[in-house]
Design a protein around this ligand. Structure first.
Ligand code: PMP
Length: 286
């Protein structure tokens, strides 16, 4: 049985409880982060912590008292749950003031709720999807307008995954005004004529921590990178496509809406970026 962390305590998962009045439960009023674990170490931890702080600020939530101990808490959960490859999930909500009200409770008297748990995923770095590639479908982007904040409001992305599944695909790329925003739980890229194209940062997409690292490594390796919106048609004509996220690293996309991307097999640039990302982030894992 897993040991989880809830509001200061390390407890068995079956003993972990949160109030029914918690605003995370009632209103999706909370933020989260997922940090990968490889070889028992945390990947890109500082990036996830910085984004967490930004998400809290954007929602006028105070940092919980445990904020400064988050690295220790992550490490302790990895240790007690013996995670070699997997993830640490962290969620902070605006907490509960014992009732339901649209108005935010006073942050001075209502403590945020903080929960962390681990997920063991042996073989994470060597997933079959990296070799076979993913099939994606396109769906309209029907999420809210602050996708740069990593909130737990994941119903539409979840519906998107189900739409993909219903069509025999793995994931969905979301489309707004003819342009790809991102995948349901990852950032989206295409490669055309050797140039890597991914949507620029704005409120329209999550500012992926893996995205930032991969673009940095790509530039360091003298690869050509362009940050701009690309259309679904461009993606379908591209030589390669891929996605990035903390839990999937760099994973090729080989089919969009039933049509092959390029040769219909994982491309060399995605493979190279995956290799560089895994090598480099393992070196800086903590
Ligand atoms: N976009 C969305 C919508 C996501 O949910 C995620 C994963 N949380 C990402 C992008 C990738 O972000 P990261 O690389 O920080 O995991």
């Amino acid at each position: 049985m897993r040991t989880v962390y809830v509001n200061g305590d390390y407890i068995p998962e079956t003993e972990a409880t949160v109030s029914i009045f918690d605003r995370g439960f009632l209103m999706a009023d909370g933020v989260y982060e997922v940090t990968s674990v490889l070889g028992g170490k945390l990947i890109d931890f500082d990036g996830h912590l910085a984004r967490l702080e930004r998400s809290l600020t954007e929602l006028d939530m105070l940092k919980p008292a445990a904020f400064d101990d988050l690295l220790d808490i992550h490490r302790e959960l990895v240790r007690v749950n013996e995670i070699d490859e997997g993830m640490v999930y962290l969620q902070i909500t605006r907490g509960s003031d014992g009732d339901r009200d649209f108005v935010f409770p006073d942050p001075e008297t209502t403590e945020p709720t903080i929960v962390l748990f681990t997920q063991s995923k042996p073989g994470l770095a060597n997933s079959p999807a990296a070799r076979t590639g993913l099939k994606v479908i396109s769906i309209p982007d029907q999420r809210w307008g602050r996708r740069d904040i990593k909130t737990v409001q994941l119903l539409y992305p979840s519906m998107g995954k189900m739409m993909a599944k219903a069509q025999g695909a793995d994931d969905a790329w979301m489309i707004e005004d003819g342009h790809v925003t991102e995948g349901t739980s990852n950032n989206a890229y295409i490669v055309s004529g050797g140039r890597i194209v991914t949507r620029h940062l704005s409120n329209d997409i999550l500012h992926g921590i893996t995205r930032a690292a991969v673009l940095r490594f790509a530039r360091e390796a003298q690869m050509d990178v362009e940050e701009r919106a690309f259309t679904l048609d461009e993606a379908k004509q591209a030589d390669e496509a891929f996605v990035t996220s903390a839990s999937t690293f760099v994973t090729p996309v080989v089919e969009i809406d039933g049509a092959p991307v390029g040769s219909g097999t994982p491309g060399p640039i995605a493979a190279r970026l995956r290799e560089i990302y895994l090598d480099e982030s393992l070196k800086s894992a903590i």
